[in-house]
Design a protein around this ligand. Sequence first.
Ligand code: FUC
Length: 759
Amino acid sequence: MGWGQLKLNYDEPAKKWTDALPVGNGSMGAMVYGQLDKDRIQFNHDTLWAGAPTTYTNPGAHEHLQEVRDLLFAGKRKEAESIAARNCMSKPLRQAPYQPFGDVYLEFPKFKDVSEYSRSLDLDAAVVTTSFQSAGVTYKRSVFASHPDKVIVVRIEADQPQSITFDALLTTTHETSSSNMKVDEKTLGLKGRPDDFTNRQKTLYPGTIEFEARLQVESTGGTVEVLDDRIKIQSADAVVLYLVGGTSYENFQSLAADPAAQCKDALASVAGKSYDKILADHQTDHRSLFRRMQIDLGGGHSAHKTTDERLNAYAGNPDPNFVALLHQYGRYLLIACSRPGSQAANLQGVWNDSKQPAWESKYTLNINFQMNYWPAEQANLSECHEPVFDLIDDLTVSGAIIAKDFYQARGWVTNHNTDIWRGAAAINNSHQGTWPLGSAWICQHLWERYRFSGDKGFLRERAYQPMKQACQFYLDYLVEDPKAPEWLVSGPSNSPEHGGLVMGPTMDHQLIRSLMRYTAEAAAVLEVDDDFAATLRKTADRIAPNEIGSAGQLKEWRYKENPRNTHRHVSHLWGLHPGEEITPDTPDLFEAARKTLEFRGDAGTGWSRAWKVNFWSRLRDGDHMAKILGGFFVNSSIKGGPGFYNNLFDAHAPFQIDGNFGLTAGVCESLLQTHRRTDKGDYVLDLLPALPSQWPTGSISGMRARGGFEVSLRWQDGKLQQAEIKSLIGNRLVIRDGEQLTVLAEKTEPGKTYVYPAD
Ligand code: FUC
């Protein structure tokens, strides 16, 4: 598909927030409605949250740990849950919610005789455009969020002079302590703090973070007047508005940043710069990431003009290039909400219009947050992964307090959620919130960054210490199985969020085993900590193994089973994806994983379906993968339930961005897998492992592979035509094509492209 085809198109203005179209520059996000007379641009800043710095700790919690374990080993789950609930939980019990920032409203005199309305988001240009005709004049509005200039830009044009008259308002729903002010002759300001927030448990999260936004106008022709609460523009030929914003959040322990200075700096960066130059810089920046990958799955020149119609039609007539559009949309969204220096993408990326967003729009670490970042390396957006590593750095500090106070353990730990204050303790309830495995899973992202890039500097300076300290926690936390003391088990914990508080959930064992093994491997690469690495390997070998249950499924827990339930989480298949201990090289477990997934079924929330796309790809069953897509590509704006909204945001429901990112990763997994290794340790490039028959002919370029390669593939009639593989760091190049393993080059030359089949 050409770049110009990567568009979301609509023929009417957004009515709801999930019709509006997203732009973002990493830290700031905005939703563009494209309404006629009163247009709305709702915006966010990634550091605007409720609450204030806090550790969430509960210092005496460790005193009850042994008792909870004993009760669980004795089969007294309810008692254990209630002791844990009373004594071993975060204080306060719930974490803080992400907050909306404000809205820009553009109020025009009523447009009459409107025709030719169109609204689109061009994923390659990274601009939202609204255009229409009224009384013989063609109007156009363009909105984009520039990362290099840290501004959101709104341009309003007309094809006839002096046709633009409107009021621009800068507002917020945080009304208690916010106010507008005139900053200068062309700038309106808004400052304040979020309204105090009281959650269901009556815990008060005071609005503490200070925010400030500014809206500056540049008009060609006409008059501009800045009042105390609005900017009035009259009879202009063209207008550009610059929206900037900042907060007092400096880091998770300090609110000493200056929001006014952030606004001034951002406006200073665009002062004297033309609109065309700002747009050109924005597009150069965006395309330097976005254009690394192209995908064409065939079909797709659909008769349906608008994106919502295309979505509505998918179930009856699966359109492969609509899948390709969604794949690229995931990449667009990651670029828009996660950049070096920004906060990491939360449950809604950076976009949120509610003061009480679902699940507080936090970072849920028992699947959702990690899913957000599955595409980062594979889909060639490694830079967008950076905020995860910053978040891990913070958690090594806040999580060390929890390791000590809850477990008297070394190292750091985090449970199933964190927020802007880097809460790490068990939250909400003991049977789901007690899951001290967030740290194990999130460390995999450090290791993956190393495996894709081969960057030893990154491994040494950023990755190794958090990984090592996470291992220290688990060395102290694991306990012997009382009935089979040769094995170590995890607990108290749960198999997310299924079956209550237990000892010995399978997923935990996979996560800890994997963490210890790759940390030992990292130590070997860095030539450090030999003894520690040996301890890790020995301990990993003692962790309770995967087991096959009575119905042929993979057992979800060591001490119980429930094979036929259809719960949305399929956590014990972590070892299949994104882990890698279950592969065709372990045929019995591979088969048990398939059985497990058959029992669980093809339904689920948005992220659950996206995970199943990845699972079925790893099971090398492209047609089952496509079947999941068939159920997932449903218009949730019309039907409710899981699917996608009109603006192609993933519907959990409600909106949760993980499904968008999980889908992008899943499409990559179906075309290229690189998690299996040869005996020598090379990552095998497995080409088209799960190509569905619905995509007989297509191509993809710019996929990244573990071991440091960039891969482009073309296929026809379901068969690989050609692969071009660029070596990035000189590793040995091993290809799998079906059953055929080929060493394409014993040693590769960085920068050189290798072709398979060889010419
Ligand atoms: C987990 C999931 C829910 C939801 C929430 C944000 O708790 O079980 O489905 O995605 O995270």
